[in-house]
Design a protein around this ligand. Structure first.
Ligand SMILES: O=P(O)(O)O[C@H]1O[C@H](CO)[C@@H](O[C@H]2O[C@H](CO)[C@@H](O)[C@H](O)[C@H]2O)[C@H](O)[C@H]1O
Length: 670
């Protein structure tokens, strides 16, 4: 039952509400699940809030977007503006990471209503002396609500309106300064405050714009054949920073179990000396709060994190809530696992994948409170050691309520913590994890290849409401996923997928060495797992191997850093590219991204056909920038360095994938 109906039913006689609040505010956006979940923004960014706002009759209304840090009482206010069809919009710059609240207040603006009426009557040469007297009274009332300085100015306007010739008085009334003074002292005695105060989570910048590089530190020993250490891995940091990555994601760094340890290529039994999958967490050396001894000590890990920071890189840790049968919890907290009558625990699964070397945690354990506290303490343990970003393994196989609680309570103390959900699962589960507080989500981009599928997917992510709370992170590969598209080994395809990931989404990442070296062999035909996957063995990578695409990645990351338009995902417009008159090209895909104030506009054109040069006529959406159809402008290809002068909305583009399968144009509209 709506609030208004409740009023009707419960207060039919008593009328215990203020019926003079005539303005209606409804369909507020963003309002997630009736205000149950917070909307999201990033530090230094802004939030756009819209609502339907109207009043009975023809009075003019004013509205304000109100925001404040949670737990404080004073609202910061900014004006909202009508955008047509009784819809209003307002935007608000947001501050440092933390929890905020927002709502809308709107009221009948009697001064503006009166001023509009006066203008109409004057234009129709009607008699306005009585209207002027009414206006003077409205200004008098404004005097009473104003600061001393404003009040003095308003008194002069009131006097002018009263004493002047009607023409002079009308002139005074229309002075913009008078409107400004009256707007500073609005009459809100009958204002409507939206019925809910909504929540906003503001996160650190890397929640909204980040470039991830994943590597296994154990593969980076100084000499081949040995288990690498954090100290040795730190020599990679300048190279990773030099490529333009700012998040270094390490798969689990904990002691690895021996029981059921997996061998090369996911073999169910490891050969002696094989290192095992690092997701099989825990042995007698410790569990989720310990470091695998061959990687180094806890102190060396902390030093590694600090050193990475000096390169502008945040180390992201993998949090995988599961246990090797050797994990200390199995003995210390047997009730955290679901035991079968034969005294075993069913191994973990993410159907159809089977993880024979790990035990899942039972989120229906009778001891769930202690379990939750311990799991949360793992995040806090690593946060104390300098980690601010976590990639969480398969969060959709753990209780949603746990995530809501854990993320909210961690953020209370550490509002700059970023959580990436590794949930390649059903759309509704992914959305719920984002509502539960995850900053970013792995996405289906990995499998979206055609123009039709990519555009459809981006439209879904940016226009269905998801854009208010779910930030995708686009990965062209992961250690688990060598997509079919890349299995031909064609280097140009690797560049295409990298350019797409890096320019369609502000957050993107890659399983580094394998991607930049264009590793392409699957473990078997029809499978997505890499042959000789690094998940089960220590690799030696030659990063300078001919054919690598490090230069291309570095260039694209540089372009992302230099162009704010690419540092957001939601504002994207796909453009038409015609192969011939009236026929859309199936392979040339173009999209415009821009900053809110249009100070940076980027047009990306990608040729999805890796083996043929393609050309077509591109229609630039001039109307979005309020430009005329014969407007000349300049486009500079940030990849090739070439510039072109374009004229009007249709321009010819050609992309030869042999040179570079894309253009990333920066526009100067002039
Ligand atoms: O289930 P996903 O495909 O999302 O993959 C993630 O979780 C897996 C389980 O943690 C993890 O799998 C790897 O570790 C398992 C446990 O050691 C092992 O049995 C699997 O063979 C191995 O692939 C996967 O890497 C991670 O991304």
């Amino acid at each position: 039952m709506s609030k208004a109906f409740r009023r009707t039913v419960l207060n039919a006689v008593k009328l215990e509400f203020d019926g003079r609040q005539r303005v209606i505010i409804e369909n507020l956006s963003p309002e997630l699940d009736g205000g149950k979940y917070p909307a999201k923004a990033v530090e230094g960014g802004f939030i756009v809030v819209e609502a339907d706002i109207f009043v009975d009759g023809a009075d003019t209304i004013s509205a304000e977007l109100c925001a404040r840090p949670s737990g404080t009482s004073d609202w910061h206010r900014s004006p909202m503006h009508p955008i047509g069809n009784d819809r209003w919009s307002g935007s608000l710059d947001v501050g440092s990471p933390g929890s905020y609240e927002y709502t809308i207040e709107a009221w009948v603006d009697h001064f503006l209503t009166w001023q509009k009426g006066l203008i109409k009557k004057t234009e129709a040469n009607q008699e306005v002396s009585l209207d002027l007297r009414i206006g003077a009274l409205l200004i008098d009332a404004g005097v009473a609500r104003s600061t001393a300085a404003d009040a003095e100015e308003l008194k002069r306007y009131a006097a002018a309106v009263r004493s002047g010739e009607p023409a002079e008085s009308v002139k005074a009334v229309l002075d913009t300064r008078l409107a400004e003074l009256m707007a500073r002292a609005p009459d809100k005695s009958c204002a409507t405050l939206y019925e809910k105060v909504l929540l906003l989570t503001v996160e650190q910048k890397k929640a909204g714009f980040s470039s991830w590089y994943e590597l296994f530190p154990r593969s980076w020993a100084s000499e081949p054949g040995r288990h690498g250490t954090f100290r040795e891995c730190s020599r990679m940091l300048p190279m990773i920073a030099g490529m333009g990555f700012d998040v270094l994601y390490l798969p689990p760094i904990h002691p690895i179990g021996y029981a059921k340890r997996k061998g090369r290529n996911n073999a169910l039994v490891a050969a002696p000396g094989e290192p095992g999958s690092c997701w099989a967490i825990g042995n007698s050396d410790g569990g989720h709060k310990a470091v695998h001894p061959e990687l180094g000590t806890l102190e060396e890990f902390t030093e590694f994190v600090a050193e990475a920071e000096t390169h502008g890189i945040s180390v992201a840790l993998d949090i995988a809530f599961q246990c090797s049968p050797d994990h200390p919890w199995v003995k210390e907290h047997p009730t955290w696992f679901r035991w079968r009558p034969d005294g075993t625990v069913q191994f973990a699964e993410n159907p159809p994948k089977k993880y024979e070397d790990i035990l899942p945690i039972d989120f229906e354990s009778a001891d769930w409170q202690n379990l939750w506290v311990e799991l949360k303490s793992i995040f806090l343990f690593w946060i104390e050691r300098g980690v601010k970003i976590f990639r969480v393994d398969n969060p959709h196989t753990k209780a949603f309520l746990f995530w809501e609680w854990a993320i909210a309570s961690i953020r209370e103390e550490h509002p700059d913590t970023v959580f990436l959900a590794e949930a390649f699962t059903r759309p509704k589960l992914m959305a719920r994890l984002a509502k539960a507080g995850y900053s970013q989500s792995y996405s289906y981009f990995t499998w979206r290849n055609t123009k039709h599928d990519l555009q459809g997917y981006l439209n879904e992510l940016t226009t269905s409401g998801l854009e208010h709370f779910m930030r995708p992170n686009f990965w062209p590969n992961t250690p688990d996923i060598l997509p079919d598209e890349l299995q031909s080994g064609d280097r140009i395809k690797f560049i295409i997928r990298m350019v797409l990931a890096a320019t369609l989404s502000s957050n993107y990442g890659m399983y580094g060495p394998a991607y930049e070296l264009c590793e392409y062999l699957p473990v078997a035909e029809g499978k997505e797992d890499y042959l000789d996957s690094e998940k089960y063995e220590i690799k030696q990578w030659d990063l300078d191997r001919p054919g690598n695409i490090r230069a291309e990645i570095t260039r694209v990351n540089r372009i992302r850093k230099d162009n704010a338009a690419l540092q957001q995902t939601a504002d994207i417009t796909f453009v038409q590219i015609e192969a011939s008159a009236g026929r859309e090209d199936d392979y040339l895909m173009g999209y415009v991204k821009r900053t809110e104030d249009n100070s940076n506009i980027i047009l990306v054109v990608v040729n999805l056909d890796h083996s043929n040069t393609r050309g077509g006529w591109l229609r630039f959406p001039l109307e979005r920038f309020a430009l005329s159809h014969d407007h000349p402008f300049r486009v500079e290809d940030l990849l090739s360095g070439m510039s072109y002068d374009w004229n009007g909305e249709w321009n010819y583009v050609e992309v030869n994938p042999g040179n570079m399968p894309a253009h990333i144009f920066r526009l100067t509209l002039g």
